[in-house]
Structure formats: structure tokens, C-alpha cells
Design a protein around this ligand. Sequence first.
Ligand SMILES: [Zn+2]
Length: 232
Amino acid sequence: MKKIFLGPPGSGKGTYSSRISSFWKIPHISTGDLFRAHLKNQTEIGKQIKEFMNSGNLVPDTITIEMLKNRISQNDCKKGFILDGFPRTIPQAEELAKITDIDVVINLNLSNEILIKKACARRVCQDCGDIYSTIEINQGEIKMPGMFPKEEGKCDKCHGELMQRKDDNEATVKERLETFKNQTAPLIDFYKNNGLLKDIQVKYNPTKMVSEILQAIKSLAEKYELSIDYEK
Ligand SMILES: [Zn+2]
């Protein structure tokens, strides 16, 4: 099954995509990771990406699409794949539709107020990159546990120092959410009109959310008689 995860920055797209990818054993494709891999391996695409980056320009959609087309034509994508971080705009979604069908779009919902609170409470281990949350959300039906380190300011895994990322502050997060609202939110209607979209309210811990998302995908698959591989 070919799936896309949509949702505002900080809603957990990366976490859910990678957990569902390991559940169904289909690749989790993040365009950010693909860019980094092409740059690192100095491929033809990587060289082009580098030129755009060096001249301070955004990488054009044509290159991103070319890169995705290569990736999803590989053998491991035969049973499906999960796209995380793409498409971000309507023109990208239109280009994507030319190279592949999409079966399911999972749209994660979480209020801006909570997204801002969560981003500002995020702490990252500066040595191993492990992520913690110094806040517990308990608002009506939304109950999201914190991920507190055992010792304040120290990573549980490697005892490295926990830091707040520079752009995890209220002003920057608000900017990211504004960009999302302008560029990416229109995709919700784009896919809704095609009958592919399932709204999911993020309200629990990731484990509980993953089972809710799996359930939603299964019921969509039944509704549209999509072939789905339940093999675990
Ligand atoms: Zn660490």
C-alpha cells in the first residue's frame, strides 16, 4: 500500500511513519533523508542538489520528483511505501500523481497551541540525538505523557547533555506552522476530494496512536477494497 502522512510540523509524522513502516515492512521514505544520501554518495542528482544549495536556491520540484521516482521504482517498494515530508504543496502533489498512485493519506491533527507547547518542551541529547519531552499534556481528551529523562538535563542512554534546539522556540515554531497552513494544508482538501484521506486526532502516547492509525488504514483498505498485506 502506498501511503502519505500529512500533518503540521511536530505532529509526529516521522515517528508514526517509521513505526508503521516496520510493522508492515514497507520502506519509510523521507525526502530529507534521500537528499542527504544523494549528497553523501555524490550521485548525479546529489551534484545537482548541491549546486542549487550552494547558490542559495531551493531544490526545484523536478529534481525531488526525479529522486522519488528512482527510489519508488526499487524492488523493496513493490509492496508499497510510506512518504514522509512529501508532498508539501499542491504542485508537488500533482507531479507525484503522474509517477504513482497513492492509496491512503493519513492526516494527523493537533492544535497549534499544543504543537507550540510540545516544541518548546523538546530536549535533544547533544551526543546521541535522543529526544525527550519535559511536558505532559493533559487537556480534555488529549493525554500525552512527557518523556522525562531520569536525571534532569542528562540523556538516559549516553548521559550526554540535553539541549533545546535553537529553532524550538515559540516564534520559530509559529512561523513553521504558518508556512504549513499556507503551503501544505491545502493538500488536505486535495486528497479529501479523492476520497483517500483519513483524519487522525493525535491524543495519546505513540504506541496507542500507532494502533489507531493501523486500524484506520485497515478500514480504509476494506472500504476501497485495496489489497493489503497483513503479514507482520
Ligand atoms: Zn544521548
